[in-house]
Design a protein around this ligand. Sequence first.
Ligand code: FS2
Ligand code: SF4
Length: 517
Amino acid sequence: MFCFQCEQTAGGKGCTKAGVCGKQPDVAIKQDELTCALVGLARAAQGKSTGKAADELLMQGLFATLTNVNFDGSRIDELKKLVQAEKEKLGGAADLDPATLWKGDPDIVSLRSTLLLGVRGMAAYAWHACVLGKTSDEVTSWLYKGLRAIGEEHTVEEWLGLLLDLGQANLKCMALLDEANTAAYGHPVPVKVTTTVEKGPFIVISGHDLHDLKQLLEQTEGKGINIYTHGEMLPAHGYPELKKYPHLKGNFGTAWQNQQKELDGIPAPVVFTTNCLMPPRPSYIDRVFTTDAVGFPGVQHIPAVNGKKDFTPVINKALELGGWPEDKKFTGVNGGSELMTGFARNTVLGVADKIIEAVKAGAIKHFFLVGGCDGARAGRNYYTEFVKKAPPDTVILTLACGKYRFNDLNIGEIGGLPRIIDMGQCNDAYSAIQVAVALANAFNCGVNDLPLTLVLSWYEQKAVSILLTLLSLGLKNMYLGPTLPAFIYPNVLNVLVEKFNIKPISTPEEDLKAILG
Ligand code: FS2
Ligand code: SF4
């Protein structure tokens, strides 16, 4: 096997014996075969109009290969068979040879891999929009185009062009998902979320899929079961059409890498709707359920039948386990017991006047977007320290699961706005981009001229697609950590440094000094 797609890859180079994530070599090889079959499907689709079945399979097949999504070899095989059947319907084409997927001239391998990983990330977002009935020909056809490109020869310049094109396509994809989420559930509003779990039966739901949460809320209504979000599901509390359910009570746990400790022994089932699933320990594997692209051998899967999911097995498990006999208090990683979320673009732009005024009056000197993924690496406390050490006249915008490092901190307010502004999940980077563009317009400058610095943390492939979007928008001077991606080889990194002045994070003190002068 060979896999170097995530931040925790072995030795910072690549997993070759087994995944640090727990992915077994046979599954890694099957995922490569699935990827190559998807390239075949994309080839067969060239110049033809594809149907819903092929398009959805393309998204699901790519989604299943993301880090911490599907560890179940039989499900990967099943997907591959379906892909091959769709390919034949389109007249057939040769698959890519799996032996060539990660091999060749190092610069080309680096560029091609970055494109593939970006396509994987974008497919996940496209799928979330798709389950809410929103698709875009432009977005879907870019997924086919990206996959075809992986099986073609290109010059370095052409690869770089493809990466930036993907960034633009992913911006459209995130816009589509934003439209899907807000059309279905309304615009998020600021909300305080408790970390206390009330006594009695409950269900924990993790991942990014709001549609799954909605179905679970409907099916548990009036059954005496409370629902708690976990990980990237936290921002769901801000959506009016989800928060209206009184049994959506709070948030349990912190970011994904802590799940094996946090889920051990809880008297409740846990549903994983997307990444990030870690191999469940024997002590709680019988309480874990997966849906959608997620899978793990021996874990019960809730399938979608015509888009509908029947969560009865999860509900029965919650009733059987019964929850805790008393309310149970938990805290975030810094000891706080309340998490604030719901500051998506509509809310922030709604107070844009106030923000602009505060900047003009000097009350806000600088904005930081401290966002991205969390992970297990010790160096990730950089982000906690960065937020703690940021001067009181600065505002921290945040999104994705990396925020669990600091989202329970109370670092005060400026002009009635909290200094930590949680804009949502990783895909809500779209919201942050909209806010940055609006601020740039208000100040009559470019986004790079704003008093705004992006301090990003990455872990998996959705972060890759977002990074490409930010580059395609011409954003410069971003800080990236905790380490640079293994698939960005030195020559490619040089290009990114030259063109975009991307910097690896150093220490919070040094970086703050360099940014604020
Ligand atoms: Fe976090 Fe994991 Fe959001 Fe990533 S929960 S690292 O998949 O997509 O962020
Ligand atoms: Fe290794 Fe990450 Fe790939 Fe898992 S997803 S096999 S940890 S590089």
